[in-house]
Design a protein around this ligand. Structure first.
Ligand code: HEC
Ligand code: HEC
Length: 290
């Protein structure tokens, strides 16, 4: 085709000399220069990249590239740096008492975040995402504590659990007055009527009177003579209108009949002491903490 030069009459463009079917001719329209230069630059860049960075796969690996970059190493480096900065905080938390931690605002913030994350993972299934509790699972936001609301008491409850089988667990439980036939159904009904009257729900006066006699004999030892509860026994205050197991007469009768016996697992051994401390600080700060 050398020396060929033919101008297409319609477009005024030179043809390449390729002809199909006798009269279909190919116009000679080369790629724009800038486009070609970009292409060449890309090729040069790609070759440079193959040499510098990990690129070509083999059956049992890949070319590593001369500068030895690896995303995995970068992530590992970031993680190590994050761990190191955490380690300083974790060590400080391990050393100090919860009360000392509460006084140090940056340490406190770290503990609250850590405690909050652990709470969502471990505690929310029973106590609820916002620690608002459910029937049988106490609300941890209020100031109504079965087993005590100081930092130390909360930490101890979390570590050892409640009726958990742990050797240092809170063990005291309410008797099963109905199941173990300590009280008759009628007596349970009277006791429930009296309990309701303690929080301002009046009942039949004679039943309240009979219920009070039963209460003084059977219940006051744990719930206190006025029904205000006793921390050492885990016996709730019955006068505040806050009910763990429900506050209808039927709920209260069921409580007296079965004793309920709520179980909170011990976290000793499942969570490390620093995590348990952060959880105690978190729960304490939820609002009810004393
Ligand atoms: C399997 C369910 C369950 C899980 C999981 C659980 N708890 Fe509990 N928790 C309970 C029950 C039930 C009680 C009340 C026990 C009772 O009746 O005395 C309780 C009681 C408590 C109390 C005592 C409240 C008071 O009034 O004295 C605290 C504090 C507590 N839980 C914190 C936690 C924390 C923190 C976690 C997570 C590490 C957690 N719980 C996980 C079931 C659970
Ligand atoms: C040995 C101590 C003990 C005695 C005696 C006892 N209780 Fe309790 N009571 C408890 C404990 C502990 C709880 C909490 C149970 C739980 O968390 O599983 C409780 C819970 C309750 C509740 C549930 C409160 C709520 O918030 O839902 C009621 C109601 C109650 N007791 C009434 C009585 C009555 C009425 C008697 C007497 C007939 C009695 N108790 C005797 C220890 C006792």
């Amino acid at each position: 085709m050398a020396g060929h030069k033919e101008i297409d009459a319609v477009t005024g463009t030179e043809t390449t000399g390729h002809v199909w079917d006798g009269d279909l001719k190919e116009l000679n329209k080369p790629l724009p220069r800038w486009w070609l230069y970009v292409l060449y630059a890309c090729i040069v860049w790609a070759i440079g990249y193959w040499i510098a960075f990990p690129a070509w796969p083999f059956l049992d690996g890949y070319t590593r590239g001369v500068i030895g970059y690896s995303q995995r190493n970068e992530v590992a480096k970031d993680l190590a740096a994050a761990k190191e900065s955490q380690a300083t905080y974790l060590a400080a938390i391990a050393e100090r008492t919860p009360a000392e931690i509460e006084k140090d605002s940056s340490l406190m913030e770290f503990a609250l975040r850590g405690g909050g994350a652990q709470f969502a993972n471990n505690c929310a299934p029973c106590h609820g995402r916002g620690a608002q509790g459910f029937k049988g699972y106490p609300n941890l936001n209020d100031d109504d504590w079965l087993w005590g609301g100081t930092l130390e008491e909360i930490e101890q409850t979390i570590r050892n659990g409640i009726r958990s089988g742990h050797s240092d667990s809170h063990e005291s439980a309410m008797p099963r007055f109905g199941i173990d036939q300590v009280l008759t159904t009628a007596q349970i009904s009277d006791a429930a009527t009296f309990v309701l009257s303690l929080s301002g729900t009046p009942g039949d006066a004679a039943a309240v009177e009979r219920g009070k006699a039963i209460f003084d004999e059977q219940c006051a030892a744990c719930h206190g003579p006025e029904g205000k509860g006793m921390r050492e026994m885990g016996a709730p205050n019955l006068t505040d209108g806050i009910w763990l197991f429900g506050g209808t007469k039927a709920d209260i009768e069921e409580t007296i009949r079965t004793g309920r016996g709520g179980v909170m697992p011990a976290w000793d051994g499942k969570l490390d002491p620093v995590t348990i401390k952060m959880l105690a600080i978190y729960v304490h700060a939820l609002g009810g903490g004393k």
